[in-house]
Design a protein around this ligand. Structure first.
Ligand SMILES: [Fe+2]
Ligand SMILES: [Fe+2]
Length: 206
């Protein structure tokens, strides 16, 4: 089964995942699944965070509520596969990737909301790209699971990006400028040498 990165995602991400990360992931399936499960849980919690912080933004709040449910379903699915493969679940500390992106978000509104939504779009896009790239290197059952997940992460990417454009009232020039800045930060996080292997880690380094 050939799994390809959806075109809008490939066009959005200027920097592809390093091949060395894909090789590493293919050889470390239990670690990949454990971090993946943690990421789904964090994705659900991030979506709920938008609900708590912006309850008066109805379209955003309703979408984030659905998104949280979808991410929790992904979490349940990964956990089931982990159980079947005898991979124990544990909570992992925050990754360099998540921390690095979170630190880049500005603190005043509406820039805070805009940055958090753009960061959401970047994380969903990268997750989709990595699911697509690693899928064909995994056993058939996981390949099928990851190929199924990438379609929903591509949808999440579109939602985050559209909300970043529409909810914050920031003009198009500022939007493009900030998106380029955050893309550069994200590209560095997934490319720079990284001693810790995670779903969103950089180039494997000893
Ligand atoms: Fe997910
Ligand atoms: Fe997602």
């Amino acid at each position: 089964m050939a799994v390809t990165v959806p075109e809008p995602i490939a066009a959005f991400l200027d920097t592809p995942t390093p091949d060395a990360w894909i090789d590493e992931a293919a050889g470390r399936i239990p670690d990949l699944l454990l971090d993946h499960a943690n990421c789904e849980l964090k994705a659900a919690s991030t979506a709920l965070g938008f609900l708590y912080r912006y309850p008066d933004r109805t379209a955003l709040a309703q979408r984030m509520s659905r998104l949280a449910r979808e991410e929790l379903r992904h979490f349940e699915q990964v956990r089931k596969i982990m159980d079947e493969m005898d991979v124990p679940f544990e909570r992992l500390t925050a990754s360099r990737y998540a921390g690095g992106l979170r630190d880049a978000a500005r603190s005043e509104e509406p820039y805070k909301l805009m940055d958090m939504l753009l960061i959401g779009a970047l994380i969903e896009a990268r997750s989709c790209e990595r699911f697509a790239k690693v899928a064909s290197r995994l056993p058939a059952r996981l390949e099928k699971f990851y190929a199924g997940l990438l379609a929903s992460e591509a949808r999440h990417f579109e939602h985050y990006l559209n909300f970043a454009r529409e909810e914050t009232g920031v003009d198009a020039d500022e939007f493009d400028r900030r998106l380029d800045e955050l893309k550069a930060i994200e590209a560095k996080l997934i490319s720079d040498p990284d001693p810790q292997f995670r779903f969103h880690s950089g180039t494997p380094a000893p």
